[in-house]
Design a protein around this ligand. Sequence first.
Ligand code: AMP
Length: 212
Amino acid sequence: MNLVLLGAPGAGKGTQAEKIIEKWGLPHISTGDILRKAVAEGTELGLEAKKYMDAGELVPDDVVIGLAKERLAQPDTGVGFILDGFPRTVVQAEALDGALADLGKSIDAAVAIVVDPEVIVGRLTSRRTCKECAKITTVAAVGPDGTCPACGGEVYQRDDDNETTVRNRLDVYERSTAPLIDYYRSHGVLREIDGDRPVDEVFADVVAALEA
Ligand code: AMP
């Protein structure tokens, strides 16, 4: 199964991706994770990408298209994959379709998780991530000593989860990424899910949509 997860930043793509992976064992391809790793390692790519990421802007198409193609060419994607945070522009979606066609593949479903923007601002500014187990949690769930409720590791706030950057990321989403909803609808693979509900209810709808 070759999947694309669509939705504004903070809609719950990462959380639903984890559950899809648990159920179907697909490799998870997140261009945001690949870029954050490059930033942490201080590579040339990371230094270039960081300016865009810190401002909540998109990293240029040619950079992320190259990263995604490289990752999709790895053998573990033979069983399928779940793309999270890519594509984010129509140019990226067209490049993805072209690259997959060259491999004799195509996208089976684009799952769009829909959440009201004001709900997202609240979610993202309170989001915390564990440095040890990488689990996503909330400021309310971490202990008074700032530890992860799952493993006790230290948690941190992503550099781009402050309110100004979050609002810019939502504007960028509306402008550049929301058109992908129509793109995938016109390709007959769009599955829209109401994401403003508890995680397990959203996931039940994702499963139903993918098994339909
Ligand atoms: P994410 O973790 O998916 O929210 O991505 C974090 C940041 O990485 C985004 O705000 C962008 O700056 C950059 N990024 C990730 N994926 C892409 C993409 N497909 N196109 C452009 N920029 C991206």
